[in-house]
Ligand binder design. Structure first.
Ligand code: PLP
Length: 364
């Protein structure tokens, strides 16, 4: 280290662009005829949209949740179509949408009115309109039969429409809503034929190749986490993109009966060696784990003990070689984010998306 330089806190998020490209290729293999709308909302599921766009640049299009996210993509110079999956939230956004060649979803009457009020400009840019079907998830969309009327009117006015739908239970094998949603989608698609269709997120891409249609919308699988509770990314042949690490900054020996951390929730039942790792909920590491959680120390699952604090955790290194400065993997290729999520009663999506800005970000 050069004299005078400070060694900054080594909580680090590594982004593996090769893994992203690999996962995108998996989508291409699974849906060879469909165009790929890579979902990069929420800062590319917490991975950092700038680096992810570069690795995902061979996507046919991008999907985001709001105009600000779409404009960021345009500012970075990407010219692919972008879909606003919730559409716009006020009439004022329409001019910016059109100017920046962004495509909207319409899911309620007011959005339809805003679109029709700007019909000539929208059509002049050759932008598609995504029309959302509410087939039972009951978040967004027009129900049957109203949607058929909406689409047929739009088509008559010259709009190029995509019928869009989202499954509520694509990750579940036998949920009765899956059949209902599929049937409604197919019914509307036929009633409005010819029309392009899009209903597959990651779970549906992996399970129902017959539903790929014109556009698939992969999110979590691109980032190498699993949409299924019972199948790991390794089983799905996907590669984790994010590796989250930190360093051991202190070592303690404690005797039986001594406690560790806030609330003294962990009490040693025998003498043990513990290491303090510089990571905490201030970095995005989850605090509340109802089940035993682990980190990976040189490939070995090592248990987290006591409460997670804002900046630190304690791990049990009894009998392990773990000197100061040892790097610990919180999640990544050894310790899967989905397993950390499971220990915390949540899903990998949440842990990835809520990464804080504090860890250093590096490309692998
Ligand atoms: C409309 C829509 N399509 C696709 C996706 C991607 O889903 P996943 O990350 O499960 O692939 C999402 C994610 O929330 C979504 O809201």
């Amino acid at each position: 280290m050069p004299q005078g330089a400070i060694k900054v806190r080594q909580a680090t998020v590594y982004i593996d662009s090769e893994a992203l490209r690999y996962n995108l290729n998996r989508v291409k293999q699974l849906a060879p005829k469909a165009k790929i709308v890579s979902m990069v909302k929420a800062n590319a599921y917490g991975h950092g949209v700038k680096d992810c766009l570069a690795a995902l640049s061979s996507s046919d299009a991008f999907g985001v949740a709001c105009l600000e996210e779409a404009l960021e993509i345009r500012e970075l110079g990407y010219t692919q179509p972008i879909t606003l999956i919730e559409g716009i939230f006020s009439a004022d956004e329409m001019l910016q949408v059109i100017e920046n060649e962004i495509e909207v979803i319409v899911h309620h009457q007011a959005q339809l009115d805003w679109l029709l009020a700007n019909k000539e400009q929208y059509l002049a840019k050759n932008l598609k309109v995504w029309v959302k079907l509410n087939s039972g998830m009951n978040r967004l969309g027009f129900k049957v039969p109203e949607i058929i009327q909406v689409i047929n009117d739009l088509k008559q006015q010259g709009f190029n429409c995509v019928l869009a739908m989202h499954f509520a239970n694509a990750d579940a094998d036998h949920h009765p809503l899956n059949e209902q949603q599929k049937n409604q989608f197919l019914h509307v698609k036929e009633a409005c034929a010819p029309i392009m269709g899009s209903c597959c997120n990651s779970a549906a891409i992996l399970k129902w190749p017959e539903l790929n249609f014109d556009f698939v919308r992969p999110g979590i699988m691109l980032y190498g986490a699993s949409p299924f509770a019972d199948k790991s990314v390794h089983e799905l042949d996907l590669k984790p993109v994010m590796t989250f690490t930190a360093e051991i900054i202190a070592l303690n020996h404690i005797e039986a009966g001594e406690s560790v951390g806030y609330g003294s929730t962990f009490v040693a039942d025998q003498a043990m060696d513990i290491a303090i790792v510089s990571i905490g909920y201030g970095d995005g590491y989850p605090r509340a784990f109802p089940k035993q959680n682990y980190v990976s120390l040189n490939g070995q699952a090592t248990r987290v003990i006591g409460r997670v604090a804002m900046d630190m955790i304690a791990i049990d290194v009894t009998g392990l070689k773990a000197p100061l400065g040892t790097v610990v993997e919180l999640w990544g290729k050894d310790r899967l984010v989905d397993d950390v999520a499971e220990a915390n009663g949540t899903i990998g999506y949440e842990l990835l998306c809520r990464m804080s800005a504090r860890p250093i970000r590096k490309k692998l």
